[in-house]
Write a protein of this length. Structure first.
Length: 170
């Protein structure tokens, strides 16, 4: 199963494509969509939409793993993040991808062993887990971590889903 990890942002939008083959993860590609920070937000969102559509077409993922909204002290920054997430959700839904959302602390815990891990620790663990020759840029590393989190969590969630369904007397 090919998974597209997405770390949304209106200036730097990270993406990463990972597949699980048996017990190991296989890196397909990763990158960062850089939108002109001086452009109005609407034009940055168009840049993100077009580039993300190209990524989805090129790599044909089945699932998108997106960073969930989290509390931000700056309401304006949270709103901008919400805009970028909205574009990501729209592009992925239009492409027919299943969509999973994960809190940043869970992603850090799955990849680095601690929900309070620094971004540099997450990036270094992604380099190791995927056998990359160098540490990816922060936004791309976060996106790859989201893809890995889905691949680690999906089997657990499927078992929990079956258990809760069976618990209904089925």
């Amino acid at each position: 199963m090919i998974v597209l990890g997405i770390d949304p942002g209106t200036r730097h939008f990270g993406w990463g494509v990972v597949e699980r083959c048996g017990t190991r993860f296989v890196h397909h590609a990763h990158g960062t969509i850089h939108a002109d920070e001086h452009a109005p937000i609407a034009y940055r969102l168009v840049t993100i939409e077009r580039a993300l559509e190209d990524v989805v077409r090129a790599h044909a993922p089945l699932v998108a793993s997106i960073e969930a909204l989290f509390y931000a002290r700056d309401p304006q920054a949270a709103a901008k993040l919400g805009h970028a997430r909205g574009v990501a959700l729209l592009v992925c839904a239009r492409a027919g991808l299943a969509i999973a959302e994960y809190a940043p602390a869970l992603v850090k815990r799955v990849v680095a062993g601690s929900g309070r891990a620094e971004k540099s620790q997450v990036a270094q663990m992604i380099r190791v887990l995927l056998g990359l020759p160098s540490v990816p840029a922060v936004d791309a590393a976060d996106a790859l971590a989201l893809a890995v989190t889905y691949l680690q969590q999906a089997p657990i969630q499927a078992k929990e889903s079956v258990r809760s369904y069976r618990g209904r007397g089925a």
